[in-house]
Design a protein around this ligand. Structure first.
Ligand code: NAD
Length: 228
């Protein structure tokens, strides 16, 4: 299906030695998805202004992002799609599937199970967990919902390192402790709780209220400025 079926003469990508900023790292999956589309239709080159039009990201930001990744493009030539795709795939480890579990199959949890991050090839929710006996033994779009007691066993079986937390606030810390004991190393926390965990465990908090308020703040205070 890919248009550029001949082996491109591109060097093997090498990973950058320095750390890239988090804002750049967050944009890399966007670039990756778009480059996949270009590759599928056989496009060999792309300029930062093409990427900018498609992704609504300022071209200077794109050039700066790519500059963190090394020598990826030439002036007046643009970027080689295959090379960039190969590079980002290695960088994002797109070929490695990360299995994820979700705890708390309520309103939000069910929506996230349905979503199952379908645009990403490398993450997959393998199971949901809930206290409610009415939910245990059911499935959400094919993803099984288990009793909490089975969490350690399922985590071990699927080599799960990441969990999504969508339990009520009151259960957030105890569930986190349980997940950490079971071997989870990363938690995407949708609850309003500020969780504590050992430093080896990374917690990302998704607080929709704060996100919305921040957006409104920027609109009010920096109306004409571009975001980074
Ligand atoms: P909900 O009440 O619909 O769902 C919570 C689920 O967790 C229920 O199925 C319940 O049985 C289960 N549960 C309770 N204690 C548990 C435990 N110890 N272990 C496992 N499962 C347990 O709640 P919701 O609206 O889906 O919200 C979930 C969390 O996400 C809350 O902390 C909420 O503040 C936060 N949140 C919700 C929304 C939203 O739009 N609904 C948005 C942002 C954040």
């Amino acid at each position: 299906m890919c248009g550029s079926s001949q082996k491109p003469e591109v060097p093997t990508p090498s990973m950058p030695e320095h750390k890239i900023p988090q804002v750049t790292a967050k944009r890399l999956p966007l670039y990756y998805r778009y480059l996949e589309k270009l590759h599928a239709i056989g496009k060999q080159r792309v300029s930062s202004s093409d990427l900018s039009d498609a992704l609504q990201i300022d071209p200077a930001t794109i050039r700066r992002d790519f500059s963190y990744l090394g020598e990826l493009g030439k002036k007046g030539y643009g970027y080689n799609v295959t090379y960039l795709l190969q590079f980002l795939r290695d960088f994002l480890k797109q070929d490695e599937v990360t299995n994820v579990v979700l705890v708390g199959v309520g309103n939000l949890g069910t929506a996230l199970l349905r979503y199952n991050f379908y645009r990403s090839h490398n993450t997959k929710i393998v199971a949901g967990f809930d206290l409610d006996p009415a939910k245990v033994g059911t499935d959400v779009d094919g993803i099984p919902v288990y009793a909490l007691e089975r969490l350690p066993e399922v985590i071990k079986l699927h080599n799960v390192e990441v969990a999504i937390l969508t339990v009520p606030l009151s259960a957030a810390q105890s569930t986190t402790d349980y997940l950490v004991d079971a071997g989870v190393r990363g938690i995407l926390n949708f609850t309003p709780a500020r969780l504590t965990a050992p430093s080896r465990v990374r917690i990302h908090n998704i607080d929709l209220t704060i996100e919305l308020q921040t957006l409104i703040y920027f609109l009010k205070n920096f109306p004409g400025e571009e975001s980074d």
